[in-house]
Design a protein around this ligand. Sequence first.
Ligand SMILES: [Zn+2]
Ligand SMILES: [Zn+2]
Length: 102
Amino acid sequence: MLELRPNCEYCDKDLPPGSTEARICSYECTFCATCVETVLHNVCPNCGGGFAPRPIRPATEWRSGVSRGHQPPSTTRVHLKWDRAELAALIERVRGIEPQAR
Ligand SMILES: [Zn+2]
Ligand SMILES: [Zn+2]
């Protein structure tokens, strides 16, 4: 089950569980769509993989015991640990390779 992390690791924007702006990699590194497109160029800074839109978790209990209220999102904010210059170098190395070939 996804943690549904609460913020963009790069710009710290709030990304609530109903957000359509959240993007995740396969490790659930979480960023906003703007950072993925304009800064990261679809390169995860932590693993080098690409991103996909994060699905929303329903607020409504459509099925018994399954909803945002029953499985609440994470409240632990995550912040990028990489130096921004080092990060830019990694992105330059990886961005020209399609994610499925990385
Ligand atoms: Zn961001
Ligand atoms: Zn990642």
